[in-house]
Ligand binder design. Structure first.
Ligand code: ADP
Length: 417
Protein backbone atom coordinates (compact mmCIF):
# COMPACT_ATOMS: atom_id res chain seq x y z
CA UNK A 1 0.00 0.00 0.00
CA UNK A 2 1.45 3.36 -1.03
CA UNK A 3 1.23 6.14 1.53
CA UNK A 4 -0.54 9.35 0.54
CA UNK A 5 1.65 12.43 0.21
CA UNK A 6 0.38 15.42 2.14
CA UNK A 7 0.91 18.84 0.56
CA UNK A 8 0.10 22.33 1.85
CA UNK A 9 -0.57 25.16 -0.64
CA UNK A 10 -0.42 28.73 0.75
CA UNK A 11 -1.67 31.67 -1.35
CA UNK A 12 -3.78 34.77 -0.71
CA UNK A 13 -5.24 34.38 -4.24
CA UNK A 14 -8.37 32.38 -3.40
CA UNK A 15 -9.08 31.54 -7.07
CA UNK A 16 -5.65 29.92 -7.40
CA UNK A 17 -6.16 28.24 -4.03
CA UNK A 18 -9.26 26.53 -5.40
CA UNK A 19 -7.86 25.69 -8.84
CA UNK A 20 -4.42 24.36 -7.85
CA UNK A 21 -5.59 21.41 -5.69
CA UNK A 22 -7.99 20.32 -8.44
CA UNK A 23 -5.16 20.32 -10.97
CA UNK A 24 -2.92 18.36 -8.58
CA UNK A 25 -5.62 15.76 -7.83
CA UNK A 26 -5.96 15.23 -11.57
CA UNK A 27 -2.27 14.80 -12.27
CA UNK A 28 -0.88 13.19 -9.11
CA UNK A 29 -1.83 9.91 -7.53
CA UNK A 30 -2.04 9.35 -3.79
CA UNK A 31 -1.93 13.00 -2.87
CA UNK A 32 -3.83 15.02 -0.31
CA UNK A 33 -3.78 18.80 -0.58
CA UNK A 34 -4.49 21.23 2.26
CA UNK A 35 -4.80 24.95 1.56
CA UNK A 36 -4.29 28.15 3.49
CA UNK A 37 -4.91 31.76 2.42
CA UNK A 38 -2.42 33.28 4.87
CA UNK A 39 1.05 32.54 6.21
CA UNK A 40 -0.15 32.74 9.84
CA UNK A 41 -2.87 30.17 9.31
CA UNK A 42 -0.37 28.02 7.38
CA UNK A 43 1.98 28.09 10.36
CA UNK A 44 -0.73 26.69 12.61
CA UNK A 45 -1.34 23.85 10.12
CA UNK A 46 2.39 23.16 9.81
CA UNK A 47 2.64 22.84 13.57
CA UNK A 48 -0.13 20.23 13.54
CA UNK A 49 0.87 18.26 10.43
CA UNK A 50 4.16 17.02 9.13
CA UNK A 51 3.64 17.89 5.41
CA UNK A 52 5.67 16.17 2.74
CA UNK A 53 6.01 19.45 0.83
CA UNK A 54 4.80 23.05 1.19
CA UNK A 55 4.07 25.35 -1.77
CA UNK A 56 3.72 29.04 -0.94
CA UNK A 57 3.28 32.30 -2.82
CA UNK A 58 6.20 34.60 -2.12
CA UNK A 59 4.20 37.82 -2.05
CA UNK A 60 1.38 37.86 0.47
CA UNK A 61 -0.06 40.57 2.72
CA UNK A 62 1.12 40.41 6.36
CA UNK A 63 3.67 37.67 6.68
CA UNK A 64 5.11 36.99 3.21
CA UNK A 65 6.45 33.77 1.70
CA UNK A 66 10.08 34.51 2.70
CA UNK A 67 9.14 35.02 6.38
CA UNK A 68 7.02 31.87 6.22
CA UNK A 69 9.98 29.99 4.70
CA UNK A 70 12.21 31.11 7.60
CA UNK A 71 9.64 29.85 10.11
CA UNK A 72 9.28 26.52 8.28
CA UNK A 73 13.07 26.09 8.39
CA UNK A 74 12.87 26.48 12.17
CA UNK A 75 9.81 24.29 12.71
CA UNK A 76 10.30 21.61 10.06
CA UNK A 77 13.87 21.88 8.75
CA UNK A 78 13.50 18.72 6.65
CA UNK A 79 10.33 19.79 4.80
CA UNK A 80 10.99 21.03 1.24
CA UNK A 81 9.32 24.41 0.51
CA UNK A 82 8.56 25.56 -3.04
CA UNK A 83 8.01 29.31 -3.50
CA UNK A 84 5.84 30.83 -6.28
CA UNK A 85 7.47 33.96 -7.72
CA UNK A 86 6.16 36.51 -10.16
CA UNK A 87 7.74 37.05 -13.54
CA UNK A 88 11.01 39.03 -13.29
CA UNK A 89 11.25 38.93 -9.49
CA UNK A 90 14.91 37.90 -9.66
CA UNK A 91 16.00 39.45 -6.39
CA UNK A 92 13.18 37.78 -4.49
CA UNK A 93 14.01 34.47 -6.17
CA UNK A 94 17.67 34.73 -5.09
CA UNK A 95 16.59 35.60 -1.55
CA UNK A 96 14.25 32.61 -1.53
CA UNK A 97 17.03 30.22 -2.58
CA UNK A 98 19.39 31.72 -0.01
CA UNK A 99 16.65 31.28 2.60
CA UNK A 100 16.55 27.57 1.85
CA UNK A 101 13.70 27.24 -0.67
CA UNK A 102 13.78 23.80 -2.31
CA UNK A 103 12.61 25.11 -5.72
CA UNK A 104 10.93 28.08 -7.38
CA UNK A 105 7.69 28.03 -9.40
CA UNK A 106 7.23 30.92 -11.78
CA UNK A 107 3.89 32.57 -12.45
CA UNK A 108 2.00 31.90 -14.63
CA UNK A 109 2.27 28.40 -13.25
CA UNK A 110 3.26 25.67 -15.69
CA UNK A 111 1.33 22.74 -14.22
CA UNK A 112 3.61 20.08 -15.59
CA UNK A 113 6.65 21.82 -14.15
CA UNK A 114 4.85 22.18 -10.81
CA UNK A 115 3.89 18.50 -10.72
CA UNK A 116 7.46 17.42 -11.60
CA UNK A 117 8.90 19.77 -8.95
CA UNK A 118 6.43 18.43 -6.37
CA UNK A 119 7.37 14.83 -7.21
CA UNK A 120 11.04 15.64 -6.70
CA UNK A 121 10.36 17.44 -3.44
CA UNK A 122 8.17 14.65 -2.08
CA UNK A 123 10.75 11.98 -2.94
CA UNK A 124 13.49 14.10 -1.36
CA UNK A 125 11.43 14.49 1.79
CA UNK A 126 10.58 10.81 2.00
CA UNK A 127 14.24 9.91 1.57
CA UNK A 128 15.22 12.41 4.26
CA UNK A 129 12.59 10.92 6.53
CA UNK A 130 13.90 7.41 5.88
CA UNK A 131 17.46 8.50 6.61
CA UNK A 132 16.21 10.16 9.78
CA UNK A 133 14.37 7.00 10.85
CA UNK A 134 17.45 4.90 10.16
CA UNK A 135 19.57 7.33 12.14
CA UNK A 136 17.13 7.06 15.03
CA UNK A 137 17.17 3.27 14.82
CA UNK A 138 20.97 3.30 14.77
CA UNK A 139 21.07 5.62 17.74
CA UNK A 140 18.66 3.36 19.60
CA UNK A 141 20.76 0.32 18.72
CA UNK A 142 23.86 2.20 19.78
CA UNK A 143 22.29 3.07 23.10
CA UNK A 144 21.18 -0.51 23.73
CA UNK A 145 24.71 -1.69 22.87
CA UNK A 146 26.17 0.84 25.28
CA UNK A 147 23.73 -0.40 27.92
CA UNK A 148 24.76 -3.99 27.23
CA UNK A 149 28.44 -3.13 27.49
CA UNK A 150 27.75 -1.31 30.75
CA UNK A 151 25.80 -4.25 32.18
CA UNK A 152 28.45 -6.75 31.09
CA UNK A 153 31.21 -4.55 32.54
CA UNK A 154 29.34 -4.35 35.83
CA UNK A 155 28.90 -8.13 35.80
CA UNK A 156 32.62 -8.59 35.12
CA UNK A 157 33.55 -6.14 37.88
CA UNK A 158 31.16 -8.02 40.21
CA UNK A 159 32.58 -11.40 39.19
CA UNK A 160 36.10 -10.09 39.67
CA UNK A 161 35.25 -8.77 43.13
CA UNK A 162 33.63 -12.13 43.98
CA UNK A 163 36.78 -13.95 42.81
CA UNK A 164 38.91 -11.62 44.96
CA UNK A 165 36.67 -12.26 47.96
CA UNK A 166 36.84 -15.96 47.26
CA UNK A 167 40.65 -15.93 47.00
CA UNK A 168 40.88 -14.10 50.29
CA UNK A 169 38.57 -16.69 51.96
CA UNK A 170 40.56 -19.57 50.42
CA UNK A 171 43.90 -18.19 51.57
CA UNK A 172 42.51 -17.51 55.02
CA UNK A 173 40.97 -20.98 55.34
CA UNK A 174 44.11 -22.71 54.07
CA UNK A 175 46.35 -20.63 56.30
CA UNK A 176 44.64 -21.76 59.51
CA UNK A 177 45.46 -25.51 59.24
CA UNK A 178 48.84 -24.68 57.71
CA UNK A 179 49.78 -22.46 60.67
CA UNK A 180 48.61 -25.17 63.04
CA UNK A 181 50.66 -27.76 61.15
CA UNK A 182 53.74 -25.56 61.27
CA UNK A 183 53.30 -24.79 64.97
CA UNK A 184 52.78 -28.43 65.82
CA UNK A 185 55.93 -29.49 63.90
CA UNK A 186 58.02 -26.88 65.68
CA UNK A 187 56.59 -27.92 69.05
CA UNK A 188 57.24 -31.56 68.27
CA UNK A 189 60.86 -30.85 67.46
CA UNK A 190 61.32 -28.86 70.68
CA UNK A 191 59.59 -31.49 72.79
CA UNK A 192 61.57 -34.27 71.16
CA UNK A 193 64.89 -32.65 71.92
CA UNK A 194 63.88 -32.10 75.55
CA UNK A 195 62.31 -35.57 76.22
CA UNK A 196 64.51 -38.06 77.94
CA UNK A 197 62.58 -41.32 78.03
CA UNK A 198 61.19 -43.51 75.29
CA UNK A 199 57.70 -43.25 76.76
CA UNK A 200 57.82 -39.46 76.57
CA UNK A 201 58.77 -39.61 72.92
CA UNK A 202 55.89 -41.94 72.04
CA UNK A 203 53.36 -39.72 73.79
CA UNK A 204 54.72 -36.56 72.17
CA UNK A 205 54.63 -38.22 68.77
CA UNK A 206 51.13 -39.55 69.22
CA UNK A 207 49.64 -36.21 70.29
CA UNK A 208 51.51 -34.29 67.62
CA UNK A 209 50.51 -36.66 64.84
CA UNK A 210 46.80 -36.53 65.80
CA UNK A 211 46.80 -32.77 65.58
CA UNK A 212 48.79 -32.81 62.33
CA UNK A 213 46.43 -35.33 60.78
CA UNK A 214 43.49 -33.09 61.64
CA UNK A 215 45.11 -30.13 59.92
CA UNK A 216 46.07 -32.22 56.91
CA UNK A 217 42.51 -33.58 56.61
CA UNK A 218 41.13 -30.06 56.73
CA UNK A 219 43.54 -28.86 54.05
CA UNK A 220 42.74 -31.91 51.95
CA UNK A 221 39.03 -31.15 52.21
CA UNK A 222 39.52 -27.52 51.20
CA UNK A 223 41.77 -28.41 48.27
CA UNK A 224 39.33 -31.12 47.12
CA UNK A 225 36.47 -28.61 47.20
CA UNK A 226 38.56 -26.21 45.14
CA UNK A 227 39.45 -28.91 42.62
CA UNK A 228 35.84 -30.08 42.31
CA UNK A 229 34.49 -26.60 41.80
CA UNK A 230 37.13 -25.95 39.16
CA UNK A 231 36.17 -29.21 37.38
CA UNK A 232 32.53 -28.10 37.44
CA UNK A 233 33.29 -24.55 36.24
CA UNK A 234 35.38 -25.85 33.34
CA UNK A 235 32.81 -28.50 32.49
CA UNK A 236 35.34 -31.25 33.09
CA UNK A 237 33.56 -33.18 35.82
CA UNK A 238 33.44 -36.74 34.47
CA UNK A 239 30.93 -39.17 35.97
CA UNK A 240 31.69 -42.84 36.08
CA UNK A 241 28.12 -44.15 36.24
CA UNK A 242 27.37 -47.72 37.14
CA UNK A 243 24.22 -49.55 38.06
CA UNK A 244 24.10 -50.05 41.84
CA UNK A 245 21.87 -50.32 44.88
CA UNK A 246 21.44 -46.97 46.65
CA UNK A 247 20.75 -48.70 49.98
CA UNK A 248 24.06 -50.53 49.71
CA UNK A 249 25.85 -47.35 48.72
CA UNK A 250 24.48 -45.45 51.73
CA UNK A 251 25.25 -48.33 54.08
CA UNK A 252 28.88 -48.53 52.92
CA UNK A 253 29.48 -44.79 53.20
CA UNK A 254 27.74 -44.61 56.59
CA UNK A 255 29.80 -47.52 57.96
CA UNK A 256 32.97 -45.77 56.88
CA UNK A 257 31.74 -42.42 58.17
CA UNK A 258 30.81 -43.69 61.60
CA UNK A 259 33.70 -46.17 61.97
CA UNK A 260 36.07 -45.98 64.94
CA UNK A 261 35.16 -44.06 68.03
CA UNK A 262 32.42 -42.28 66.15
CA UNK A 263 28.71 -41.78 66.75
CA UNK A 264 26.08 -44.42 67.43
CA UNK A 265 24.33 -45.64 64.33
CA UNK A 266 21.01 -47.45 64.19
CA UNK A 267 19.52 -48.89 61.05
CA UNK A 268 16.06 -49.91 60.01
CA UNK A 269 16.02 -51.55 56.61
CA UNK A 270 13.15 -53.82 55.74
CA UNK A 271 14.80 -55.15 52.66
CA UNK A 272 14.47 -54.20 49.01
CA UNK A 273 17.25 -52.58 47.03
CA UNK A 274 16.76 -49.27 45.19
CA UNK A 275 18.46 -49.46 41.84
CA UNK A 276 20.11 -46.37 40.40
CA UNK A 277 22.81 -45.74 37.81
CA UNK A 278 25.24 -43.34 39.45
CA UNK A 279 28.85 -42.44 40.02
CA UNK A 280 29.27 -44.32 43.29
CA UNK A 281 31.92 -42.08 44.81
CA UNK A 282 30.34 -38.81 43.72
CA UNK A 283 26.94 -39.68 45.21
CA UNK A 284 28.80 -40.85 48.34
CA UNK A 285 30.49 -37.45 48.40
CA UNK A 286 27.07 -35.71 48.29
CA UNK A 287 25.84 -37.92 51.14
CA UNK A 288 28.90 -37.24 53.29
CA UNK A 289 28.65 -33.52 52.65
CA UNK A 290 25.01 -33.43 53.77
CA UNK A 291 25.81 -35.55 56.84
CA UNK A 292 28.78 -33.43 57.83
CA UNK A 293 26.72 -30.23 57.42
CA UNK A 294 23.95 -31.77 59.53
CA UNK A 295 26.50 -32.48 62.21
CA UNK A 296 28.21 -29.10 61.87
CA UNK A 297 24.95 -27.20 62.30
CA UNK A 298 23.35 -29.34 65.07
CA UNK A 299 23.99 -29.47 68.80
CA UNK A 300 25.80 -32.52 70.07
CA UNK A 301 23.49 -35.41 70.92
CA UNK A 302 20.66 -34.40 68.58
CA UNK A 303 19.78 -37.12 66.08
CA UNK A 304 20.55 -36.98 62.38
CA UNK A 305 18.50 -39.30 60.18
CA UNK A 306 19.09 -40.56 56.69
CA UNK A 307 16.01 -41.91 54.96
CA UNK A 308 15.79 -43.64 51.59
CA UNK A 309 12.49 -43.59 49.77
CA UNK A 310 11.18 -44.31 46.35
CA UNK A 311 8.66 -41.94 44.86
CA UNK A 312 7.42 -42.67 41.35
CA UNK A 313 10.47 -42.96 39.12
CA UNK A 314 12.76 -41.28 41.63
CA UNK A 315 14.88 -42.41 44.53
CA UNK A 316 14.80 -39.91 47.39
CA UNK A 317 17.61 -39.55 49.87
CA UNK A 318 16.66 -37.36 52.86
CA UNK A 319 19.12 -36.04 55.43
CA UNK A 320 17.28 -34.56 58.42
CA UNK A 321 18.75 -32.73 61.37
CA UNK A 322 17.30 -30.90 64.36
CA UNK A 323 19.92 -28.19 64.39
CA UNK A 324 20.03 -24.42 63.95
CA UNK A 325 18.11 -24.43 60.66
CA UNK A 326 18.35 -21.81 57.93
CA UNK A 327 16.55 -18.45 57.69
CA UNK A 328 13.92 -18.42 54.87
CA UNK A 329 15.67 -15.56 53.02
CA UNK A 330 18.93 -17.58 52.86
CA UNK A 331 17.38 -20.79 51.52
CA UNK A 332 17.77 -19.87 47.85
CA UNK A 333 21.39 -18.83 48.23
CA UNK A 334 22.93 -21.79 50.04
CA UNK A 335 23.35 -23.81 46.82
CA UNK A 336 25.19 -20.93 45.13
CA UNK A 337 29.00 -21.13 44.91
CA UNK A 338 30.93 -19.60 47.83
CA UNK A 339 27.78 -18.81 49.79
CA UNK A 340 28.15 -19.18 53.55
CA UNK A 341 25.69 -18.05 56.16
CA UNK A 342 28.05 -16.11 58.45
CA UNK A 343 28.61 -18.34 61.53
CA UNK A 344 28.28 -17.01 65.08
CA UNK A 345 31.42 -16.84 67.24
CA UNK A 346 30.19 -19.93 69.12
CA UNK A 347 29.67 -21.87 65.87
CA UNK A 348 33.13 -20.81 64.68
CA UNK A 349 34.66 -22.24 67.85
CA UNK A 350 32.84 -25.56 67.46
CA UNK A 351 33.71 -26.24 63.89
CA UNK A 352 35.78 -24.48 61.23
CA UNK A 353 33.73 -23.05 58.38
CA UNK A 354 34.09 -24.33 54.83
CA UNK A 355 34.49 -22.40 51.60
CA UNK A 356 30.77 -22.39 50.95
CA UNK A 357 31.33 -24.84 48.07
CA UNK A 358 29.97 -28.07 49.56
CA UNK A 359 26.30 -27.60 48.65
CA UNK A 360 27.17 -26.03 45.30
CA UNK A 361 29.29 -29.06 44.36
CA UNK A 362 26.57 -31.42 45.66
CA UNK A 363 23.89 -29.66 43.60
CA UNK A 364 26.01 -29.87 40.45
CA UNK A 365 26.79 -33.56 40.99
CA UNK A 366 23.11 -34.39 41.55
CA UNK A 367 22.01 -32.31 38.53
CA UNK A 368 24.61 -34.02 36.33
CA UNK A 369 22.86 -37.29 37.29
CA UNK A 370 19.56 -35.87 36.05
CA UNK A 371 18.37 -35.34 39.60
CA UNK A 372 17.71 -32.38 41.87
CA UNK A 373 18.35 -31.30 45.42
CA UNK A 374 16.32 -29.07 47.72
CA UNK A 375 16.00 -28.05 51.32
CA UNK A 376 13.25 -27.39 53.81
CA UNK A 377 14.26 -25.68 56.98
CA UNK A 378 13.01 -23.79 60.01
CA UNK A 379 15.38 -21.73 62.14
CA UNK A 380 16.00 -23.46 65.51
CA UNK A 381 14.05 -26.53 64.39
CA UNK A 382 16.39 -28.09 61.84
CA UNK A 383 16.62 -28.85 58.15
CA UNK A 384 15.81 -31.60 55.68
CA UNK A 385 17.92 -31.86 52.55
CA UNK A 386 16.34 -34.02 49.84
CA UNK A 387 18.31 -35.50 46.96
CA UNK A 388 16.18 -36.95 44.16
CA UNK A 389 17.85 -39.28 41.66
CA UNK A 390 16.26 -41.05 38.70
CA UNK A 391 15.78 -44.76 39.25
CA UNK A 392 17.58 -47.18 36.98
CA UNK A 393 15.29 -48.07 34.11
CA UNK A 394 15.67 -51.53 32.67
CA UNK A 395 14.92 -51.26 28.91
CA UNK A 396 13.54 -54.84 28.83
CA UNK A 397 11.23 -54.12 31.74
CA UNK A 398 9.83 -51.08 29.89
CA UNK A 399 8.91 -53.22 26.90
CA UNK A 400 7.16 -55.69 29.15
CA UNK A 401 4.94 -53.24 30.96
CA UNK A 402 4.14 -49.53 31.08
CA UNK A 403 2.92 -49.66 34.67
CA UNK A 404 4.77 -47.41 37.17
CA UNK A 405 7.33 -49.28 39.29
CA UNK A 406 6.06 -50.75 42.53
CA UNK A 407 7.12 -48.59 45.52
CA UNK A 408 10.13 -50.00 47.35
CA UNK A 409 10.46 -50.06 51.08
CA UNK A 410 12.42 -47.32 52.80
CA UNK A 411 15.63 -47.58 54.74
CA UNK A 412 16.25 -45.36 57.75
CA UNK A 413 19.50 -44.71 59.61
CA UNK A 414 19.78 -42.63 62.76
CA UNK A 415 23.11 -41.17 63.82
CA UNK A 416 23.75 -39.62 67.22
CA UNK A 417 27.03 -37.94 68.11
P1 ADP B 1 30.20 -24.79 54.02
O1 ADP B 1 31.29 -25.67 53.52
O2 ADP B 1 30.61 -23.39 54.32
O3 ADP B 1 29.38 -25.42 55.11
P2 ADP B 1 28.04 -25.44 52.23
O4 ADP B 1 27.93 -25.14 50.79
O5 ADP B 1 28.12 -26.87 52.62
O6 ADP B 1 29.29 -24.62 52.74
O7 ADP B 1 26.85 -24.76 52.98
C1 ADP B 1 26.51 -23.41 52.72
C2 ADP B 1 25.82 -22.78 53.90
O8 ADP B 1 24.57 -23.44 54.11
C3 ADP B 1 26.59 -22.94 55.19
O9 ADP B 1 27.43 -21.82 55.41
C4 ADP B 1 25.50 -23.05 56.24
O10 ADP B 1 25.22 -21.77 56.76
C5 ADP B 1 24.26 -23.50 55.48
N1 ADP B 1 23.93 -24.92 55.82
C6 ADP B 1 24.24 -26.01 55.11
N2 ADP B 1 23.75 -27.13 55.68
C7 ADP B 1 23.09 -26.72 56.78
C8 ADP B 1 22.35 -27.40 57.81
N3 ADP B 1 22.19 -28.72 57.80
N4 ADP B 1 21.81 -26.64 58.79
C9 ADP B 1 21.96 -25.30 58.82
N5 ADP B 1 22.64 -24.60 57.87
C10 ADP B 1 23.20 -25.30 56.88
Amino acid sequence: MTVKSHILVVDDDTALLRALPQALYLQMKQVEVDTSDSALQALEQIQKHDYDTIVSDIKMPGMDGLALLAKIRELRPETPTLLITGHGEHNLAIEALRGGAYDLIQKPIDREYLVAALHRAIITYQLRRKVHEQQMALELHNRSLEQLVQTRTQELVGANAAKDRFLSIVSHELKTPLTSLKGRTQLLRRQLSSSDTKQDVTEVFSKGLTSMERSIARMEMLVNDLLDSSLIETNMLVLNRKRCDLVELCRNFLDEYTAGAGPTLSFNYPGKPIEVEVDYNRIGQVLLNLLSNARKYSPQGSPITLTLQQSGHEALLLVRDMGIGIAPDKLDSIFEPCYRVPPTIEEQKNSPSGLGLGLYISRKIVERHGGHINVQSLPDHGSVFTVALPLFVDPDAIQDSDAPPIPHTQAVWTIIY
